[in-house]
Write a protein that binds this ligand. Sequence first.
Ligand code: PRX
Length: 645
Amino acid sequence: MTEQHVYPVPEALKQKAAIDADTYQSLYRQSVEQPDAFWAAQAETFLDWQEKWHTVCKSDLRKGEVAWFLGGKLNVSVNCIDRHLEARGDQTAIIWEGDDPSEDQLITYRELHEEVCRLANVLRERGVKKGDRVCLYMPMIPEACYAMLACARIGAVHSVVFGGFSPDALKDRIQNADCQVVITADEGVRGGRKIPLKTNTDKALAECPDVHTCLVVKRTAGDIQWEDSRDVWYRDAVEAASPECEPEWMDSEDPLFILYTSGSTGKPKGVLHTTGGYLLQAAMTHKYVFDQQEGDVYWCTADVGWVTGHSYIVYGPLANGATTLVFEGVPTYPDAARCWEVVDKHGVNSFYTAPTAVRALMGAGDDFVKRTSRKSLRILGSVGEPINPEAWEWYYKVVGDERCPIMDTWWQTETGAHMMTPLPGATDLKPGSCTKPFFGVQPVLLDSEGNEIEGAGEGSLAIKASWPSQLRTVYGDHQRCIDTYYSTYPGYYFTGDGARRDEDGYFWITGRVDDVLNVSGHRMGTAEVESALVLHEQVAEAAVVGYPHDIKGQGIYAYVTPMTGVEPSDELKKELISLCVKEIGAIAKPDIIQWAPGLPKTRSGKIMRRILRKIAANELDSLGDTSTLADPAVVDDLIDNRANR
Ligand code: PRX
């Protein structure tokens, strides 16, 4: 079985990488046996502090209370920019590669400093103060990074909303965080197509009367509406502002950002991250996981709308003084060679992407890869969902020419930074396994009674002790934070994932154990899609599950019960799909809608999703016990009429 194949650490990396196998062992031991001493040393090494902390960590996982580097003061933008100016002011901080291959831009650390200071001053002049929330709804352009760092400079809390979300989803997030300033662009450009960001923003802001300022970057100069009392051209404003801006010294525990993510119930929740611990773990993992060396060019293909973009396009790499590549486009435009052409064009050394992209590029054929050199590549990375061994092997052999180890990084929006991952010079690789915990991280597998499973086995994945970049709360609703992460297994942080540990202590993520889908690496609650579907007046009920999808990892399978007397039709299907796009965004489109005259329910009325998942996956032999259903005949009907694919 390919799963069993082990790829040893390449000889060259054993010698050169910062952490070898023995160092990993001893540092890991120290990190869990003497966490305070370990993290204090790392915090001194990786960050510049205005004032030193007095206590490394205080945490009580039963209450979901976590704090790191208490009493310490620092500023994230100073750590990501100012402190590099003397030694590397003229080094490229950001390489921007446009959607159109003929467009790019290099931004030095000095230029980055000026851009960020100017924008920070604009925000201050518009009344934004420490602790205020600012919403960013941006395409992948350098201004997205400037905006995040400008917020950090003045202590404002950014809430980046992915540009693919709908006006309704944007509105919900602006309202939930009570943002009064929004930064956007006229239009985004991806894969040759325009995205009407300003028009979407206008629609959202129609229901957000507290937003007094909307800064608009001119990206395409497309046609847009303008609201004089509220809208301001970004470039005009920053040009009029001073290029110097005093940073706000933040407490280590002051909030840095909110990022909305989906759970198994209700509306998305605003995961809140703070300053010191978050930046430390983002910087440290970026350095060790990608074996970041002086002068390296590093590229993470994520969008800043997701946590990967926060930690591994902006904060981690810039804190380390690296050159980070910001890509506006998609891996398949103009064709499937794009990523490798960009690698060659800019001499990229580390390349970090999602399994869904790897599978899509694999499907396009090897020729697109082979016509490029990729000699500069040293490290490959994967994130967002389990990578199937077949895609892993292709990534390793065809893209990396069997030379570049693949860092399969397991982590979450809530964990802020990598939690389980190989290290290039330390870890032998097994395709499909995220291998071992990062320093300070103590993963455990719990059985259904909440007991820790020792040795090889499978269970619910939880984390036993606090780590610096742990979420601090759900914005505005700490009880929801406790209920979601800390009450299932008291004393532990519960990840929502299942995992297996093999005889060598390697971890294999088996997927979510809650009602959260992972579609192309994007997280989505089944409840969110269901709520969108039942908004339709002809729909009585809906149940959404994931099913295996070759490219996306999981596809969205919706069982919909129409109101009595309503004749199901393709027209109605189209309306339902549009409704999901309107309520959430294009990423929430159901791949399959099956009409369901009834749903399998227990006698107490609970939908048995386990059965729906099995039908969607075509695993009809293992439906399990259906005798407890209120009406077992419902299942036969669903099987007989299951959608073709
Ligand atoms: O199920 C796990 C999966 O993605 C979830 C977290 O999603 P999100 O918060 O959107 O963050 C994505 C980027 C960190 C996890 O609960 N996941 C993430 N990385 C991996 C993974 N599953 C398997 N292997 C991974 N490397």
